[in-house]
Design a binder for this molecule. Structure first.
Ligand SMILES: [Fe+2]
Length: 333
């Protein structure tokens, strides 16, 4: 995945027919709640040919022909909600899993589908509409952007997890119930879990049954969408039908910088200190962002390093210092 996947607004050409307006919602909802709290909206993508199963098989074949096999993830669909994301049993026959999704008991994720020009045109229009609805110059602040498609067999479970992206999820076909938690509720998601997540432990969030009553449960049907703020914990259960959903995911520069505060706090906590969470002291936040910024790449080459190049360099320096100390000790007479 590369930061090169940011769209060049004027360079996308496609003859594809898209709805004149995809998202239908009161802009005040987007302006008041953008990345603060989850909310539903309506859209016009249900039944669109881009999301019919034969077209999705063609898309998956395009991704494979581009040598991007790692952009298709395919797993067994019936797993417990507390299953760790990377411990789900994999399915190797991805194309067959999609083509026979009604019976294959599969959960398939196609990543960065905007490498196909028709999906790029769709993504471009959605971002334009989001800029209007939120009143924010999103393209200017974006450091990464991707369109993902989720294809699930009946009764699939998407296990509990947190994400580093802002997410606009469009339910296109089938139904699902999404349990979405408040990212600011520290009884659900602790400061330590967030710190470890930004250090690179992507499966750190643990589902706790006793917290389920704190979730908002959204029933998603074709034509309905849901906004997830960054880090809002969630899990989903499909209905008794095939589910197809589109996720528009992106990073924005101000929130990338917030990740650095959590990373510095992780180090402070290891030193036995009780670090100040972000947002409590503007000065402390600034110092942490600045300090880790000295070690961060100006032009990170992957999605992972956009958020973590500074800590990766710091870990490398720590390792070299330990090797140096070891070498010096071995010289002692
Ligand atoms: Fe997610």
């Amino acid at each position: 995945m590369s930061v090169d996947n940011l769209l060049e607004h004027s360079s996308i050409k496609s003859d594809l027919k898209l709805p004149e307006q995809i998202i239908q919602s009161d802009p005040s909802n987007f302006q008041e709640n953008f990345n603060r709290s989850h909310f539903m909206f309506s859209h016009n993508l249900a039944g669109h040919p881009l999301f019919e199963i034969p077209r999705l098989v063609e898309l998956a074949n395009t991704i494979l022909s581009q040598g991007r096999k790692n952009k298709i993830q395919s797993y067994v669909s019936k797993v417990p909600v507390q299953q760790k994301w990377d411990h789900r049993p994999e399915i190797k026959q991805m194309i067959e899993a999609i083509a026979h999704i009604g019976e294959s008991d599969s959960w398939v994720m196609l990543e960065d589908v905007q490498t196909d020009p028709e999906y790029a045109a769709l993504l471009d229009q959605i971002i334009t509409e989001l800029e209007i609805l939120t009143g924010k110059p999103l393209r200017k602040e974006m450091t990464w952007l991707g369109a993902y498609i989720f294809i699930g067999s009946p009764n699939s479970i998407t296990p509990y997890h947190i994400d580093s992206e802002l997410n606009f999820l469009f339910q296109i076909q089938g139904e699902k119930d999404m349990s979405l938690f408040n990212q600011n509720d520290r009884s659900v998601l602790s400061e330590e879990e967030i710190e470890k997540f930004y250090m690179g432990d992507l499966t750190v969030a643990n589902y706790r049954e006793e917290n389920q009553n704190k979730a908002s449960i959204y029933h998603l049907q074709p034509g309905k969408g849901l906004h997830h703020p960054i880090l809002a914990p969630h899990w989903a259960k499909n209905g008794n039908n095939v589910s197809v959903a589109l996720s528009i995911l992106f990073y924005l520069r101000p929130y990338d910088l917030k990740a650095r505060i959590y990373q510095v706090n992780n180090y402070l906590r290891k030193l036995g200190l009780e670090p100040t969470p972000p947002g409590k002291s503007a000065l402390r936040d600034w110092v942490k962002v600045f300090a880790l910024g000295l070690l961060s790449d100006r032009h990170p080459k992957s999605k992972f390093t956009i958020l973590r190049s500074g800590v990766l360099r710091f870990k490398s320096i720590e390792r070299k210092l330990r090797q140096f100390q070891h070498a010096v000790r071995s010289l002692k007479p």
